[in-house]
Design a protein around this ligand. Structure first.
Ligand code: GLN
Length: 487
């Protein structure tokens, strides 16, 4: 049986649109039908922007007819709900921003709509991107399309579930400590965390500014390269944006892995990692080896274990500063009943933020406070330098490093909500990458008891082309991208 339209890759959709075998209007219609069909079970969207999508699809069809289309013209997407799109809600899945309407576009969102991509709506997430299961959303539940008793991962759980379920051709997520790669692995899709500074953060609601990056979530590696092409590049509106032109990430996709030096980080295959997840990752690396990669199975990054502790000082510290702006005055939720300025401020923040966000703000304010700054925040920055250096040294010996994407496949809804430390630990494979500012991709590498698991490949700064090249070589040797959830 031919694939339904909504399971074509974004690249295939684009080809069909350019050949005029399909119109953008038909394609977005097919997605709205799919959303109507499965959204009750999945819950990937916080808002569906039907009218905007109809207008954008019409404009895309005009562009296709005029022969001025770009690679993503007419292709339907979802954006995580912490990315601003002018005139649409940006809630961050928080009561605090439940009624907030963005007055401007995020640069990455504008790059995509400027290329003619069609916005279907905004994706559910953990509140302010803090979490690993999307259960911290104050505005809805997202279920894993492969098993609706399980979480989709987080914090970009909506985008991952939408892409896996055919409710969008691709999505953008944000990754501060694994929030693209972990849900991508849990939902069986491809997720890339770019080099810090490659994609502009302008218009992304800030969580931890030295770690946050926007990246693609797609069903294929080629789609990941196509979307990255659209969003990478210098932006004067983000002072941390890298002032260099981005290459064409599709150019070297099929160059293979012959001679590529891959280090298998043995520290990520032991304690705390489910043997089946480790086995699936090892098998994937074995196939890269059989395709000609030079694999060292005993690479080690002993200090990167400290990254999780460092992350849970640095991320909350930056979060406590960034979230100080939600004071009930400038924008967002406001408790207007309270008596006096301080009472109103306290009531607004007490009622507007959920438990995990409050926990992070408290942790951060504590780590930054006068008596503890040196012991916690400063120490974390010092260990961050050690971790960065350890990665830099490893990349003198290896082109890429490989690990499982996550310690386990998707866990059950409710399984970890009472244990924040266990929840935090589910990003142990991912956070070192953000601490070091390097890029990493998660690519599906099979199933454990019917649930998808992923292989994570990490590379030095600006090695996205090599990462995608290796991920593509692996993907092409497997049937995983043709598997879809039982919906
Ligand atoms: N799960 C991690 C956290 O809760 C990472 C979140 C993210 O990458 N946005 O902070």
């Amino acid at each position: 049986m031919a694939e339904p339209l909504y399971y074509l890759s974004a690249g295939e959709m684009s080809d069909a649109l350019q050949r005029r075998e399909l119109s953008a209007a038909e394609l977005s219609e097919a997605h709205f039908d799919r959303i109507a069909e499965v959204e009750d079970e999945v819950g990937a969207y916080l808002s569906v922007t039907t009218n905007l999508a109809i207008d954008q699809a019409r404009a895309a069809d005009a562009r296709l007819a005029a022969g001025t289309a770009a690679p993503l013209t007419g292709v339907p997407m979802q954006l995580k709900d912490n990315l601003n799109v002018r005139g649409t809600a940006t809630t961050c899945a928080s009561r605090m921003l439940e009624t907030y309407v963005a007055p401007y576009d995020a640069t990455a969102a504008a790059a995509l709509t400027g290329a003619g991509a069609v916005l279907l709506g905004k994706g559910n997430m953990d509140e302010f991107a803090m979490g690993s299961s999307t259960e911290n959303s104050a505005l809805g539940v997202t279920r894993n399309p492969w098993d609706r008793e399980r979480v989709p991962g987080g914090s970009s759980g909506g985008p991952a579930a939408a892409v896996a379920a055919g409710e969008a051709a691709f999505a953008l997520g944000s990754d501060t400590g694994g929030s693209i790669r972990q849900p991508a692995a849990f939902c069986g899709v491809v997720g890339l965390k770019p080099t810090y500074g490659l994609v502009s953060r302008y218009g992304l609601v800030a969580f931890a500014s030295s770690l946050d990056q926007i990246g693609p979530m797609t069903r294929t590696v080629r789609d990941c390269a196509i979307v990255l092409n659209a969003i990478a590049g210098h932006d004067p509106k983000d002072s941390t944006s890298i002032p260099a032109p981005a290459p064409d990430y599709t150019a070297r996709l099929d160059a293979g892995v012959e001679g590529m030096r891959i280090g298998v980080v043995r520290d990520y295959f032991g304690e705390g990692i489910a043997p089946e997840a480790a086995r699936a990752a090892r098998e994937a690396i074995g196939s890269l080896e059989s395709m000609g990669a030079q694999v060292d199975w005993e690479a080690s990054l002993p200090n990167s274990r400290a990254a999780l502790a460092v992350y849970y000082i640095i991320a909350p510290s930056e979060c406590s500063a960034n979230l100080a702006r939600y004071d009930g005055v400038k924008y967002g939720y406001s408790d207007t009943e309270a008596d006096g300025l301080w009472a109103a401020l306290e009531a607004t923040r007490r009622e507007g933020f959920g438990a995990e966000v409050k926990r992070r703000i408290l942790l951060g304010a504590y780590a930054l406070s006068a008596g503890y700054y040196d012991a916690y925040y400063l120490k974390a920055l010092q260990v961050r330098t050690i971790i960065r250096r350890e990665f830099a040294e490893a990349f003198e010996r290896y082109d890429l490093l490989a690990t499982p994407s996550t310690p386990t496949p998707a866990f059950k809804l409710g399984e970890k909500t009472a244990d924040p430390v266990a929840m935090h630990a589910s990003d142990v494979c991912n956070v070192p990458v953000n601490i070091a500012g390097i890029p990493a991709v998660s690519v599906p590498c099979g199933f454990v008891d019917g649930l998808p698991v992923g292989l994570q490949l990490m590379g030095p700064h600006l090695s996205e082309s090599a990462l995608l090249q290796a991920a593509y070589a692996y993907e092409q040797s497997t049937p995983w991208r043709d598997e879809h959830p039982p919906l």
